[in-house]
Design a protein around this ligand. Structure first.
Ligand code: HSE
Length: 317
């Protein structure tokens, strides 16, 4: 645990897959890689400052109030009555923006968690949720915890209410793996949200609720067949797939290679499959990567267990 005597804390905040097909805005899980690194250290100069950002191609603002990590950390310090405390932040982006991997959420979670560790951990991880959420909301204006929740707590996280921030970690079967592929295009979350229908037919709502219930039940029971039958999205995927070249070909080939289910990661363009076992996940990732390469689109593959840790400290001094 970080002590007040420590001067610097470096943390890793993982990428996340939001929605998990049928859980639009209410379900997400953390993966092992990629992720952002955030450093927080004490400084003699009063107030919070962002002193370095790398890996962002100059796109991110260093002004605290415009930066997701900055907003989250500043909100936390304000809540604790410590806004004058001299603290410096470094943000090292290790994943692309607009990737559907929860990039802004990772920075927000990393900012709040690093500062909380540095000052001696006055709050629990779960208590950091509203501050990380404020950081994430400063990026896309929307209020959904399906990236922030799993990034913070790790594992598979279900959100009963985004308004009340009532969230719970779910058990996952031991041999559940994720294959995630990020094609080299950018989709703005705002745009991907705007193309969704404002109303959905009752029949679709019923299907979506049935699948979400089935997925949660399958995860809790370790029933891979029930998980597989439940990974369907009749709300967001039919609209958003148009933004991802050859999405249905990738889906067909992923399922053909043995994936339990396949859909869009968050707002896209990354896609994910849940698989039973590492070998299947590797095969599925390779098939999906091949489809994108044939478009042609460069792409990155991540094969990972569901990351049980979430954000964590990687070094302190
Ligand atoms: N649930 C969100 C969406 C995740 O699908 O728009 C995006 O970060």
């Amino acid at each position: 645990m970080a002590k007040e005597s420590q001067k610097e804390v470096r943390v890793f905040a993982p990428a996340t897959v939001a929605n998990v097909a049928c859980g639009y805005d209410v379900l997400g899980f953390a993966i092992e890689e990629p992720g952002d690194e955030i450093v927080a250290r004490f400084s003699g100069k009063p107030g919070l400052r962002i002193v370095a950002i790398t890996g962002d191609e100059g796109k991110l603002p260093t002004a605290v109030e415009k930066n997701t990590a900055g907003v989250a950390a500043a909100d936390l310090l304000k809540h604790l009555g410590m806004s004058d405390r001299g603290i410096e932040l470094e943000i090292h982006k290790k994943m692309p923006f607009g990737s559907g991997l929860g990039s802004s959420a990772a920075s927000a979670v990393g900012g709040a968690f690093a500062v909380n560790r540095l000052i001696g951990e006055p709050l629990t991880k779960k208590q950091l949720l509203p501050f990380a959420m404020a950081g994430e909301a400063s990026a896309d204006g929307a209020w959904h915890a399906d990236n922030v929740g799993p990034c913070l707590l790790g594992g598979m996280v279900f959100i009963r209410s985004n308004q009340e921030l009532d969230i719970a970690q779910l058990p996952v079967p031991e041999n559940l793996w994720a294959a995630v592929v990020h094609p080299d295009i950018e989709i703005l979350t705002k745009v991907a949200r705007e193309i969704l229908p404002k109303e959905i037919p009752l029949e679709n709502a019923t299907q979506q609720i049935g699948n979400l219930g089935g997925l949660l039940c399958g995860l809790m029971r370790g029933d891979y067949e029930l998980i597989s039958r439940s990974i369907h999205d009749v709300v967001a995927e039919p609209r958003r797939q148009k933004l991802i070249p050859d999405f249905y070909r990738a889906k067909r080939d992923a399922l053909g290679a043995g994936a339990l289910g396949f859909s869009i990661s968050g707002a896209g363009p990354s896609v994910f499959a849940l698989c039973e076992g590492e070998d299947v996940a590797k095969r599925v990732a390779a098939e999906v990567s091949r489809v994108f390469s044939e478009v042609p689109l460069g792409n990155q593959l991540y094969v990972s267990r569901i990351n049980p840790l979430g954000v964590h400290e990687i070094s302190a001094q």
